[in-house]
Design a protein around this ligand. Structure first.
Ligand SMILES: *Cc1c(COP(=O)(O)O)cnc(C)c1O
Length: 398
């Protein structure tokens, strides 16, 4: 034996804080108790019980994606694995892809294209602005593309691609398959896969859906599916091969051992969404996000993105000169047990409004923690004005 003595570690309970942190960052987000409890069960990954679960997950996912496509499947892995599944299956080596980029996640899609041998042309939106359909139309005129990729919401800089519907219409009219990353937005704002001519929609568990991280969802349109069936180039990825995954998700046969507990959690998360209904859920997110934005501004802080390109699902706050975003996060976490996010390199703070984050009690606790941390770090904020404005917007339901 090279290592005869086992390592000495403490149980996980001793590592976790006594008081769980309120997860108000860019994901993962808090999960409802029922989702946590579904996630604690292990069942056979094949057989009648699992088949029922799979059928219902697909039925509910169709509602959430607003599609009648039968090619809806779960993916074992982060949302990035679902992104990779879309790209790896739809892009053959040498295929030209137009990647509309706003930030980290949309550029990740572009990089994935390059890695599977696709030829990517990037259209970068101006900083802090949504991508314009006009600019996409210009690019589409210049050359034939097989696939167009874009994000609905760019979590990294909190930009909303509000012209997505028009961009997808353009993509389709130029013969592209439209691949849309709806990871942070799905079930927080409208996404109508069929009506908007989207060919692949990707989402993760840990954001809008308020499920656990590591089990994701993807839906392919009939057009996307026939492209996958016609594919000649070999698939480098075995786990992410959509035709193999279909064995499990459609034919109920073995592909790999499905993450049964995670799928049960996803089932419960989707069921709660169906219970709430999409219009009411969208409204809840819109009101809560507006209240948070209004509260932050009334407190005297600035939001990063102008209203016309601003995402509701994650809001970006500019940190005043001389104050360190990391210090603010540290104080919020240590003192108030509220966790929010920084950003990739920018001195900003990001607060999520996805799923369970969009609850009145979580909003007040978060805004208070933010204001208090700002004061402690020497910032000038008007906390009463912020709280009052938040309360006013919530009460007016606007
Ligand atoms: C979080 C996020 C991802 C990546 O999700 P992972 O589960 O970390 O892989 C991709 N796209 C967007 C828009 C996201 O918000």
């Amino acid at each position: 034996m090279k290592f005869p003595v086992p390592p000495s570690v403490v149980p996980v309970d001793n590592i976790l804080p006594d008081e769980p942190l309120l997860m108000m960052g860019a994901g993962p987000v808090p999960i409802p108790h029922k989702v946590a409890s579904a996630n604690s069960v292990v069942i056979n990954h094949l057989g009648d019980t699992m088949n029922k679960v799979i059928d219902q997950v697909k039925t509910m996912a169709r509602y959430v994606f607003q599609t009648s496509s039968s090619h809806v499947m779960g993916v074992s892995g982060p949302a990035s694995a679902a992104m990779e599944m879309a790209i790896a299956n739809l892009v053959e080596p040498g295929a030209r892809v137009l990647s509309v980029c706003n930030g980290v996640f949309s550029r990740r899609l572009a990089e994935m294209v390059t890695r599977v041998g696709g030829e990517v042309v990037r259209l970068d939106a101006p900083e802090k602005e949504c991508a314009r359909a006009e600019a996409v139309a210009e690019m589409l005129k210049q050359g034939r593309f097989k696939v167009l990729t874009l994000v609905q919401g760019e979590t990294s800089n909190t930009v909303w691609n509000r012209e997505l519907v028009e961009i997808c219409r353009l993509g389709k009219s130029h013969g592209c398959l439209n691949v849309v990353d709806a990871v942070c937005t799905l079930s927080t704002m409208p996404m109508e896969m069929d009506d908007w001519l989207v060919d692949a929609v990707i989402t993760g568990g840990q954001k809008g859906l308020s499920s656990i991280p590591g089990v994701s969802l993807i839906a392919f349109s009939d057009d996307a599916w026939s492209c996958i069936e016609r594919r000649n180039a070999p698939m480098a990825h075995w786990c992410l091969d959509a035709r193999l995954a279909d064995q499990f998700w459609d034919k109920k046969a073995y592909h790999y051992t499905a993450p049964v507990s995670g799928i049960l959690a996803l089932h419960e998360a989707l069921r709660l969404i169906c219970d709430e209904t999409l219009p009411i859920r969208f409204r809840r997110h819109a009101v809560c996000s507006a209240a948070l934005q209004g509260g932050v501004e009334a407190m005297g802080l600035k939001l990063l993105i102008a209203p016309e390109s601003r995402l509701n699902s994650v809001i970006g706050i500019t940190v005043p000169e001389g104050i360190d975003a990391n210090r603010i996060r540290h104080v919020m976490s240590e003192l108030h047990k509220v966790e929010i996010s920084g950003a990739f390199g920018l001195n900003i703070l990001r607060i999520g409004q996805m799923g369970e984050q969009s609850r009145t009690h979580n909003l007040f606790r978060t805004l208070h923690a933010l204001g208090s941390a700002m004061r402690i770090e020497g910032g000038k904020v008007n906390m009463p004005a912020g709280m009052a404005e938040m309360e006013r917007i919530l009460a007016s339901g606007a």
